[in-house]
Design a protein around this ligand. Structure first.
Ligand SMILES: O=C(O)CCC(=O)C(=O)O
Ligand SMILES: [Fe+2]
Length: 209
């Protein structure tokens, strides 16, 4: 299947962010959602940490989700990673971003959890360039909260509030757009991913986690 990313690319180029409901078809979303639920039932999701490796520290005050890296072990993961591969190529062709790879994880926020306002990439310190988030819950009830709120980097004003409804894709420049996950009152399921540039130093390459 060939995906058309022209509206996404225009939005990203103009505003540094893009959000579209029903961007990913329900059939693929539902297969991903079932895949995530099966992983959760198998108790393989891990509590998310802040930072990597040595700096990795659990911090429930900042974020409360459980995650699992997508590595293409199942058919729906393969299909989604193929879609993101096409998006990477389209972004590189249109915007010359030099994106090198895509790392992504399932995330499950249990009731009462959130992710405080943050940037996905600190200037000059990370190689995450573009963030993508696909929401997986069918029929999200707005009374459950759990919106993703994005802020203007200059004014701090709210730019958009995104309901985590199945099929909605959000996309933004990782270094620029502060955002947060408001407290959720129901299990909230998504796939967060980052397109990265290659931060290789000499012969040592820097693979995705
Ligand atoms: O799930 C979301 O809406 C955002 C998640 C997020 O900000 C992150 O994982 O860095
Ligand atoms: Fe984030």
């Amino acid at each position: 299947m060939q995906w058309d990313f022209s509206t996404l690319i225009d939005g990203l180029a103009e505003d540094y962010w893009f959000v579209a409901p029903d961007f990913v078809p329900p059939s693929l979303c539902q297969r991903l959602y079932d895949d995530l639920k099966a992983l959760d039932q198998a108790h393989v999701l891990t509590e998310a940490g802040i930072g990597r490796q040595q700096q990795h520290q659990l911090n429930q005050q900042i974020r409360g989700d459980r995650t699992h890296w997508l590595e293409g072990q199942t058919a729906p993961q393969k299909d989604y990673l193929e879609m993101m591969r096409q998006l990477k190529d389209a972004l590189n062709r249109a915007l010359f971003l030099g994106l090198f790879e895509y790392e992504s994880h399932y995330a499950l926020y249990p009731p009462g959890t959130f992710y405080r306002k943050h940037l996905d990439s600190l200037k000059g310190r990370s190689n995450r360039v573009v963030t993508t988030i696909l929401y997986l819950n069918p029929q999200w009830d707005e009374r459950n909260g759990g919106e993703m709120v994005m802020y203007d980097p200059n004014t701090g004003q709210t730019v958009t509030r995104v309901t985590p409804q199945q099929g909605t894709l959000a996309c933004f420049m990782s270094e620029l757009m502060p955002h947060e996950v408001r407290p959720t009152q129901a299990d909230r399921a998504s796939i967060t991913g980052w397109f990265r540039i290659n931060a290789s130093l000499g012969p040592v390459i820097d693979p995705a986690l």
